[in-house]
Design a binder for this molecule. Structure first.
Ligand SMILES: [Zn+2]
Length: 248
């Protein structure tokens, strides 16, 4: 997930592992000899590794080999930007030293999908965000008003409050993010781990997708208590959505 220089010759790498969750290791000599780990210490690869684990201390990475690479992802700036946003969110939400098979499988599936040229990266990012928050145990409630419990009809749009993480009906004061019935259906499917409706939806325009992402990303940032640095928003998108937000 991440690799930073350490001392003169080493690197510290953070891996998402199948058996131990998120873990950091020291890769000794990684900067002195490029041959030692080859290209295996770059983000976005599935690796086979040999490590030593040392309780709560930093373990050592002894050997790493790329077992699966994602060349289409690595060769496309838009896909890379989405990929870094996915890795940042994974790093935030993966439990340390604790295996999570669902999160590990989602990470693999997301890299493969991002490497598939026919899938567009921004709907993938949105679907990934929803699936990951659901696996991490804090899915937003897109089914009913958090104030009175009223459920919008299946064909009805609804208002979503990203800070509170639930719908708010007009009687309860409303909220600023409007979710169309179609959007609620697709977001709900992603929360249930099915990202096809979000990927296949023929969105009215990039604006609809952008505002959906901002609603979900605000929700995630509020829950984790910090802003995510790698979200690929273009400055114009960010500005267009900077109206003041009434928290009520
Ligand atoms: Zn209500």
């Amino acid at each position: 997930m991440r690799s930073v220089d350490y001392r003169d010759a080493d690197r510290i790498v953070t891996l998402l592992t199948a058996r131990h969750g998120k873990l950091a290791f020291i890769a000794r000599g990684a900067r002195r000899s490029k041959k030692r780990f080859g290209g295996a210490l770059q983000p976005f690869a599935v690796l086979g590794v040999e490590v030593t684990l040392r309780g709560s201390q930093l373990g050592t990475l002894l050997r790493a080999e790329v077992s699966r690479a994602f060349p289409t992802l690595l060769g496309d700036l838009d896909r890379l930007a989405v990929g870094y946003a996915m890795l940042e969110l994974l790093a935030e939400l993966s439990p340390e030293r604790q295996a999570d098979a669902g999160i590990f499988a989602l990470a693999l599936e997301a890299l493969a999908a991002l490497d598939a040229a026919e899938l567009s990266p921004l709907p993938l990012l949105l679907a990934f965000e929803l699936r990951l928050v659901a696996l991490a145990g804090f899915a937003p409630n897109l089914q009913s008003c958090g104030g009175c419990g009223k459920r919008p009809g299946p064909e009805q749009a609804a208002l979503f409050d990203p800070r509170r993480g639930h719908l708010v009906c007009r009687d309860c004061g409303g909220a600023r993010e409007r979710l169309s019935a179609r959007a609620r259906g697709a977001l709900g499917a992603a929360l249930a781990q099915d990202w096809k409706p979000l990927l296949l939806a023929d969105w009215a325009g990039p604006g609809e997708l952008t505002s959906l992402r901002q609603a979900i990303e605000r929700f995630v940032e509020h829950r984790i208590g910090k802003s995510l640095k790698s979200l690929p928003w273009s400055p114009s998108e960010a500005q267009a959505n900077e109206e003041p937000c009434d928290e009520g």
